[in-house]
Design a protein around this ligand. Structure first.
Ligand code: Q0N
Length: 286
């Protein structure tokens, strides 16, 4: 019999349950845009994100141990080891986008990384940079300096988290680039296990935790379309919605187009037929 799962937390689109000494991470089909969760769901989005996370956890185990124990038959739930989470988000950026572009325009630097002058929006960085952030309870995460991050987690752990994050990002971006997807940046979360070892947690290299761009449409200067959310963003812009809650309902064609983009990301990155994943989610584990 399945153990009783006690609800212990909610994110915008995911739920967290305690299962004895393990955790269950459940991805819903909710979608957020401009930081607002919309009233319309995208069918199978939670399965796509769960399958992608499990795929990456499985393929990057030799680069960093992770919290994945099992993928449930529903395809949207991961059983995980319970960790003591670090109070920082480990962001790696290979391109100048989002808050990094804003910080660069103001200061010429991002989280203490001095960058060459004259970079345009979405430009590739000379090399990927580690830009830790604090977890804001509500609203936006705040970029912090390495010094502040070291105060929060300790120098030694921070250095290890940085090295692991950069290695994971390089590996995932190399794989994705060969399949036509640019992972412009990503947010990773780590925890410590009972032996004090650093373990990758949360979700990994999904379109919700990363900025995915279609490589075919990428160019520096301006902001490339989001691989997954572009139809939703375009629709919201056409509506003239002011981006304050509640968000708009999405029409069927926007839902269908967006679902197709999520499935396409899954199939391109994993090389696995999405229907095969739905039939048996363990297909993402090698
Ligand atoms: C944990 N969060 C933040 C789901 C994701 N393996 C773990 N052990 C202990 N705690 C956590 C994990 C993980 N992963 C991570 N909260 C607790 C992300 N949550 C937000 C809510 O939705």
């Amino acid at each position: 019999m399945p153990d009783t799962a006690v609800h212990v937390g909610s994110g915008k689109v995911r739920e967290l349950y305690a299962l004895d000494d393990r955790l269950l991470l459940v991805a819903s089909d909710r979608i957020s845009t401009f930081d607002v969760v919309l009233p319309t769901e995208i069918p199978d989005k939670g399965r796509v994100l769960t399958g992608l996370s499990a795929f990456w956890f499985d393929r990057t185990r030799e680069l960093c141990p992770n919290h994945l124990l099992a993928v449930r038959a529903d395809g949207r739930s991961l059983e995980c080891r319970r960790l003591e989470m670090l109070p920082i988000e480990c962001v790696v950026r290979g391109y100048l986008a989002g808050s990094a572009w804003k910080d660069y325009q103001r200061t010429g630097a991002v989280c203490g990384h001095a960058l060459p002058p004259g970079l345009v929006e979405s430009a590739p960085l000379p090399q990927p940079i580690f830009t830790p952030a604090t977890k804001a309870v509500e609203g936006h995460d705040e970029n912090i300096t390495r010094e502040r991050a070291a105060e929060l987690v300790g120098r030694e752990l921070l250095d290890e988290a940085e090295q692991r994050s950069l290695a994971l990002y390089r590996s995932a971006t190399e794989h994705a680039a060969a399949r036509g997807i640019v992972i412009a940046d990503t947010k990773l979360e780590f925890g410590l296990d009972e032996d004090g070892r650093l373990v990758l947690a949360d979700e990994a290299f999904t379109p919700d935790s990363s900025r995915f761009w279609p490589a075919a449409e990428y160019r520096a200067g301006g902001s490339p379309p989001s691989f997954d959310k572009q139809f939703v963003r375009d629709y919201c812009e056409r509506l003239g919605w002011d981006k304050s809650p509640p968000g708009p309902e999405l029409p069927d064609d926007v839902v269908a187009g967006t679902r197709a983009r999520y499935v396409e990301a899954f199939e391109r990155l994993t090389g696995i037929d999405f229907d095969a994943y739905v039939a048996d989610p363990r297909v993402v584990l090698a």
